[in-house]
Write a protein that binds this ligand. Structure first.
Ligand code: SAH
Ligand code: SF4
Length: 443
């Protein structure tokens, strides 16, 4: 956004309250003319300021609820706000809308979105139902999560989105029963995977986004808008920062976005339902633990420093011992665990010896391990291990009482892996390499 207005989704509720308090103070101030002719502002009493503070707090709550819980984005339509407040908001605060460039649903229910930002750059979000099994083509499209309609685009300011996301069961978005590990709770999960940066600076060798490099950080409003937009049409239950970008490299914007997502009067997600995934920026992990109470995932991806440094340059700066120490010291609270993601690369990090070293590394850390068989992309030097090898690795860890799941490859038919859609349709560097992959806008 390039004007002077405040962007609504950049404001935590506390910040909004502060802004509204200033407005109320200005509106309540009175002036007297002294005998010498000077006009002087009469100071508000502490009592009056306290009264205004309460009012601002109440107003901030109201506005937050309208926007984040009822999905009304036109201030004019927030009917229980005073008329002059609505006018002030309209003149001074802008609501940010993402522009949908492309969306496509895979046969397994995974739904990928590509957004165009104000500067023409593109980012991705993906909706992932908990239960996935490839549906028949017609079935999948009948159940398709409808992408936000054109009528709701930025230009249609007067339109109120009136979905009823909470009245739709998340299981309606899922494929057929596919995974015996899912319990009742898991069935009701609809996760949105969001981006935190345009590209990524961390340069992990196996990752398409990493190969593309960093373009820029996302603003808080660009992060929040991904969840808001998708939640306005689908009953999103979980948020994972596992799309493009390294969230802890864009620390301030991500922490602020998390605060808005956690806010009881805002998006009201529980701390267990928001997960930030990081390649291992140790000082930021420590800060995060103090700043906001959410779940943490670490992209471990290797079992020794030598191996990890080969594929993740960040490991040279903060090697495994430091990373594991930060994990041990991360404030988890009761019954919570850190997720360790482990991308499995054929003949590189997928041996049983690797599994043994992983078990050793995680000793004493309440953890869950998520094995991700490498999602191959054109031009990558790595390969996906066989299912048998993945199972062997998993079995070794399970036998040592380590909770270990294998991530089902989701949305393979729409290239749902990190950075893949953008590399083809977006403005990413590296596009040249992938020109041979075709798509049809009619899908
Ligand atoms: N930057 C953060 C979050 C985004 S990446 C991080 O690295 O944690 C989300 C996950 O996707 C990471 O665990 C990463 O290791 C994994 N990943 C990236 N490219 C992949 C690929 N081609 N196949 C499988 N997993 C991949
Ligand atoms: Fe960045 Fe994560 Fe990809 Fe590494 S795996 S390049 S940190 S997005």
């Amino acid at each position: 956004m390039q004007n002077q207005k405040l962007v609504f989704q950049d404001l935590t509720r506390d910040e909004l309250e502060g802004v509204l308090l200033e407005v109320l103070k200005q509106q309540s101030s009175s002036y007297v003319r002294h005998s010498d002719g000077a006009i002087v502002n009469v100071e508000l009493s502490d009592e009056s300021i306290e009264r205004l503070r309460k009012k601002a707090k109440y107003q901030a709550k109201q506005i937050y609820q309208w926007f984040y819980q009822r999905f009304v984005f036109d201030f004019e339509l927030m009917s229980d706000l005073a008329k002059n407040l609505r006018t002030w908001l309209k003149e001074n605060v802008e609501v940010y809308h993402l522009d949908e460039k492309f969306s496509q649903q895979a046969l397994d229910g995974t739904h990928k979105f590509l957004w165009t930002l104000f500067d023409g750059k593109t980012i991705e979000s993906v909706i992932i139902p908990a239960a996935l099994k490839e549906k028949k083509f017609e079935e999948a499209f009948a159940a398709k999560v409808s992408g936000p309609g054109k009528a709701e685009s930025a230009s249609a300011e007067k339109t109120v989105v009136t979905p009823n996301p909470r009245q739709v069961s998340p299981s309606e978005f899922a494929g057929k029963e596919s995974d015996s590990e899912l319990d009742g709770d898991d069935w009701a999960r609809l996760t949105v995977c969001i981006s935190s940066q345009v590209g990524c600076a961390m340069a992990c060798k196996f990752c398409l986004t990493g190969i593309q490099g960093l373009d820029r950080h996302l603003k808080t409003h660009e992060i929040v808008a991904q969840v808001w937009k998708l939640r306005s049409t689908a009953p999103i239950t979980n948020i994972v920062f596992m799309g493009m970008g390294e969230p802890l490299h864009n620390y301030d914007a991500v922490v602020k976005a998390c605060k808005i997502m956690l806010d009881q009067n805002g998006m009201s997600f529980s701390k267990r339902k928001i997960t930030v995934s990081t390649s291992g920026l140790v000082p930021a992990i420590r800060e995060l633990g103090k700043a906001v109470d959410i779940s943490l995932a670490i992209s471990l991806n290797a079992s020794t420093d030598e191996q990890r440094s080969q594929i993740m340059p960040v490991n040279k700066r903060w090697p495994l011992a430091e990373l594991m120490k930060a994990c041990r010291e991360y404030p988890l609270g009761s019954h919570r665990r850190i997720t360790f993601e482990y991308v499995m690369l054929k003949d590189f990090n997928d041996s049983v010896q690797d599994a043994a070293r992983v078990a050793e590394l995680l000793r004493g850390i309440p953890s869950k391990i998520n094995l991700i068989p490498f999602n191959e992309h054109p031009g990558s030097e790595f390969h996906r291990p066989s299912d048998e090898q993945v199972k062997k690795f998993q079995r070794y860890l399970l036998d040592r009482n380590l909770t270990t799941t294998v991530r089902i490859s989701r949305g393979r038919d729409i290239l749902a892996a990190c950075g893949q859609l953008r590399s083809i349709f977006g403005s990413a560097r590296g596009t040249e390499k992938h020109k041979d992959v075709q798509y049809s806008e009619q899908q």
